[in-house]
Design a protein around this ligand. Structure first.
Ligand code: SAM
Length: 264
């Protein structure tokens, strides 16, 4: 399970989640800002990690009521925002309620859950009619095909490791169709594939640092489980950490969708 492999009390986990937020918040907020949310929107961030999305929503929308939720809330950054509350929610089993939220955000959570499609159904029900979901999920497919034979082998090995944990890191590619089949409307989705390069203070550099930390953290499992030879992992990390190398990173599907405004 996710919480066994990447628990929040690992020494580098807060940093890894911070890098991840820095890499993805610009794409997430580009989508959220297009939604024309009401000023007093009720918002839920599921699997909030460090809480970067929930915190920014609460900071920039003082009339909004924002809940940051996670299986483990210990990583949420300290803040004194009066319109932000914390809630422990396990998306596998907890009830999200019915018709409560104007916005639900969920990023890089569903792919780790065996119950991911059911969870999307619970999210739909928890939205108010006309309410919006912003969801980002890993969509590795294209990277496992190249651009070099070595790079394809690295990420195919990582996908095999993930599949052995019950993770579906290609879930992003199925997301638009699943949203449609579940009854969401106004589905807008785009595949984003960042280039990894650690130089500078950029979202792409944060992405490179995120993957550098992720692979280093999971190294004992990747190597010990026989998914990746140590030399392959060392070479892959050297490439990701090399400011002279530009390689594509794993892709993400970033989607928004609404609960229909009429009766279900
Ligand atoms: C990869 S992190 C993403 C964090 C954050 N959404 C972001 O993008 O910056 C995955 C998060 O999902 C949380 N998580 C994992 N399984 C969960 C579950 N069953 N229910 C709720 N949250 C879960 C983890 O604790 C972690 O904070």
């Amino acid at each position: 399970m996710y919480e066994d492999l990447l628990p929040h009390d690992l020494p580098t986990e807060a940093e890894r989640l911070d890098r991840m937020a820095r890499a993805h918040d610009p794409d997430t907020f580009a989508v959220i800002d297009r939604l024309n949310l009401p000023a007093d929107a009720t918002c839920l961030d599921i699997g909030a990690g460090r809480g970067s999305v929930a915190i920014r929503l609460a900071e920039t929308r003082p009339q909004a009521r924002v809940t940051a939720s996670d299986l483990d809330l210990s990583a949420v950054r300290e803040n004194d925002l009066g319109n932000l509350t914390l809630a422990r929610i396990d998306l596998r089993e907890d009830d999200l309620g019915e018709a409560i939220y104007d916005l639900i955000h969920c990023r890089a959570v569903l792919c780790f859950l065996p119950t991911r499609t059911d969870a999307l159904g619970h999210i739909l029900r928890a939205l108010k009619p006309g309410g919006a979901l912003v969801v980002s999920e890993m969509d590795f497919g294209r990277i496992a095909a190249g651009p070099s034979r070595f790079w394809a082998m690295v990420w195919t090995a990582y996908l095999d490791f993930a599949a052995a944990q019950g993770w579906d890191l290609q879930f992003g590619s199925a997301l638009p169709r699943q949203l449609s089949q579940l009854g969401f409307t106004e589905i807008d989705a785009r595949h984003i594939q960042p280039m990894l390069n650690p130089a500078g203070n950029t979202a792409g550099a944060a992405e490179a640092e995120t993957w550098s930390l992720t692979l280093a953290t999971l190294a004992p499992k990747l190597i010990g489980g026989g998914f990746m030879p140590e030399a392959m992992l060392t070479d892959a990390l050297d490439i990701i950490r090399n400011p002279g190398a530009w390689v594509p990173g794993p892709g993400f599907m970033v989607a928004s969708a609404r609960r229909p405004s009429g009766p279900a």
